[in-house]
Design a protein. Structure first.
Ligand SMILES: Cc1cc2nc3c(=O)[nH]c(=O)nc-3n(C[C@H](O)[C@H](O)[C@H](O)COP(=O)(O)O)c2cc1C
Length: 190
């Protein structure tokens, strides 16, 4: 191994974003309320973390105003956008050019406000905050769940652009029905 192999040049951050952008995600709007003030931010760095206790996580850039809200609020909500809510994704990402905001309604809810018309919402009590470079990971303990009865047509984000499912799902299945960790066997050679 040469000296160059031992210390390869640090990858370019823009290439990092392009590569990680190939991990297709849904799009969520994180909401939090502090007293009478409500703030909402588009996020796709969202994940389910633990089943016992029920935990989720959202990664928020330290430069985002949302940070201050999430630090002060007792909780937050993750609102999972439907395919017809791209305008709201742009609006809550600060990428809205028109003078009038797109129509939306935030209902007071558990953890944080619930954005109407979403596929589902997850209400959380603040559990832990982890410093992570130029972002903070906000872990929430799930205290409420809401699922829409509307057809399952999520808004997707992939390679820096919005997408839709070609074949929408018909029912929300428990992922363990198709991915059972007990059933997975790893075979090594010999
Ligand atoms: C599809 C999409 C996903 C995003 N995901 C995140 C994210 O996970 N975390 C984050 O901090 N910003 C994310 N952003 C950027 C924020 O939405 C944007 O910086 C916003 O203006 C921050 O709002 P605030 O400063 O009002 O809180 C995303 C933007 C888009 C369009």
């Amino acid at each position: 191994m040469s000296a160059t192999d031992a210390h390869p040049p640090a990858p370019d951050p823009r290439e990092f974003r392009r590569v990680m952008g190939l991990f297709a995600t849904g799009v969520a709007v994180v909401t939090a309320a502090v007293d009478a003030r409500v703030h909402a931010m588009t996020a796709n760095a969202v994940m389910s973390v633990s089943l016992d206790p029920l935990l989720v996580c959202v990664s928020v850039g330290k430069g985002a105003r949302m940070n201050r809200f999430l630090e002060e609020a007792a909780g937050f909500a993750l609102n999972i956008l439907a395919e017809d809510q791209e305008a709201l994704s742009r609006y809550f990402a600060g990428m809205w050019q028109a003078a009038e905001p797109p129509p939306y309604r935030l209902e007071p809810w558990v953890g944080g406000p619930r954005l109407e018309g979403c596929l589902a919402s997850v209400g959380c009590a603040r559990h832990q905050v982890v410093e992570a470079g130029d972002h903070r990971l906000f872990l929430g303990r799930v205290v409420a769940l809401h699922r829409s009865q509307a057809p399952l047509r999520p808004l997707l984000f992939f390679a820096g652009a919005y997408h839709r499912l070609r074949e929408p799902a018909h029912a929300a299945r428990d992922p363990l029905e198709i991915w059972d960790p007990e059933a997975i066997r790893i075979y090594y050679g010999d």
